[in-house]
Design a protein around this ligand. Structure first.
Ligand code: 13P
Length: 287
C-alpha cells in the first residue's frame, strides 16, 4: 500500500535519522529500490520528476506499476510515491493519478506567490491525507553544461512556508543536483541550524544527495534533515555497471543480449547504492 510520507518523516525527525528519496526511471529502478527497502526493513520514498513521469508514459502508468509491484513483490515497508520538484499543475495531476505525496517547488516564484500556491496545496493535500513538500531557496545544479551554485534559503521565509502546514520543507543550503564541482564550498550548516531553530519539528529535506561527503550527511541529519534525495548516484552506478558488462563483451556471449541479463548488473548496482545510502541515513530497521 502506498502511504503519505508524513508518519515516516515525523518518526525520522524524532529519531534523528533520514528516509531516502530515490528517483525512479523505469521498472528496473523501481524494483531495485523496493526490494532493497524491504530487505533492509526501511521506509522509502520513490521520487518521480515531471520529466521522468513523461518518460514512463504518464503518472497513472507509474501508479499502476508501483502499486502492482508492492502487491506482487510482497512489499510491506511504508512506501510513498512522491512527485519531485513539481509545478502547481504537475502536483494536481499527480494527486489525481493516485500519488501519495507531492512536492510543489515554488522556489523560483517571489515568496508571496510561493506562499499563495503552497497554501492552496496544503488545503488540498490535508483534505486527502497526502503529504506535501515545499521549497525555499532554489537548489542549483548542472543545466546545459553550466553549473550554478546552490542558493542559500532565508530562514525567515522558511518559517513562513513551514507555518502554512506543509509536511516537509526543502531549503537550499548550498546543495546542488548532480555532481558537485571541485570548488564546491560545502553545505551551509549555520543556515541549516537557523532554519531548524525557526521551523521546530518540521522535517527538513536535503536535495542533491549525490556526492555529499558522509560526515556532512551525518551533520545535516543531526541538525534536522529527515529526508535526503538521491538520483544521480543511482544513474552513475547503473551506467558504470552496464558499461563494464558491455566492455567485457558479455552481451556477445550466449544469450547475454537478453535484457534480463544485460540490465542485471545495473540493477544490482542500484541495489548496492540504495543499501549504502539507507545504512548511512540510518533508516535500516525503521519500517
Ligand atoms: P542528485 O541527483 O544530486 O542526487 O539529487 C537528487 C534530488 O535532489 C532530486 O530532487
Amino acid at each position: 500500500m502506498l502511504v503519505s510520507a508524513k508518519e515516516m518523516l515525523t518518526k525520522a525527525k524524532a529519531g534523528k535519522y533520514a528516509v531516502g528519496q530515490f528517483n525512479i526511471n523505469n521498472l528496473e529502478w523501481t524494483k531495485a529500490i523496493l526490494l532493497t527497502a524491504q530487505e533492509l526493513n526501511s521506509p522509502v520514498i520513490l521520487g518521480v520528476s515531471e520529466g521522468a513521469g513523461k518518460y514512463m508514459c504518464g503518472y497513472s502508468t507509474i501508479v499502476g506499476m508501483v502499486k502492482g509491484m508492492i502487491e506482487n513483490l510482497g512489499i510491506t515497508v511504508p512506501v510513498a510515491l512522491h512527485l519531485d520538484h513539481g509545478s502547481y499543475e504537475g502536483a494536481l495531476a499527480c494527486i489525481k493519478a493516485g500519488f501519495s505525496s507531492v512536492m510543489f517547488d515554488g522556489s523560483h516564484y517571489p515568496i508571496e506567490e510561493n506562499i499563495a500556491k503552497t497554501k492552496e496545496l496544503v488545503a488540498l493535500t490535508n483534505q486527502l491525507g497526502l503529504s506535501l513538500e515545499a521549497e525555499v531557496g532554489a537548489i542549483g545544479g548542472e543545466e546545459d553544461g553550466v553549473i550554478g551554485g546552490g542558493e542559500v534559503a532565508d530562514p525567515n521565509e522558511c518559517k513562513m512556508i513551514a507555518d502554512l502546514g506543509v509536511t516537509m520543507l526543502a531549503a537550499g543550503i548550498g546543495n546542488i543536483h548532480g555532481k558537485y564541482p571541485a570548488n564546491w564550498t560545502g553545505l551551509s550548516f549555520d543556515t541549516l541550524a537557523e532554519i531548524g531553530e525557526k521551523t521546530g519539528t518540521m522535517p527538513l529535506v536535503l536535495h542533491g544527495g549525490t556526492g555529499i561527503p558522509e560526515d556532512m550527511i551525518r551533520k545535516a541529519i543531526s541538525l534536522g534533515v529527515s529526508k535526503i534525495n538521491v538520483n544521480t548516484e543511482c544513474q552513475l552506478a547503473f551506467a558504470a555497471a552496464t558499461r563494464t558488462y558491455i566492455e567485457a563483451g558479455k552481451d556477445l556471449e550466449g544469450k547475454g543480449f537478453d535484457p534480463r541479463k544485460l540490465l542485471a548488473p545495473g540493477f544490482d548496482a542500484i541495489r548496492a547504492t540504495v543499501k549504502e545510502k539507507m545504512e548511512l541515513f540510518g533508516s535500516v530497521g525503521k519500517a
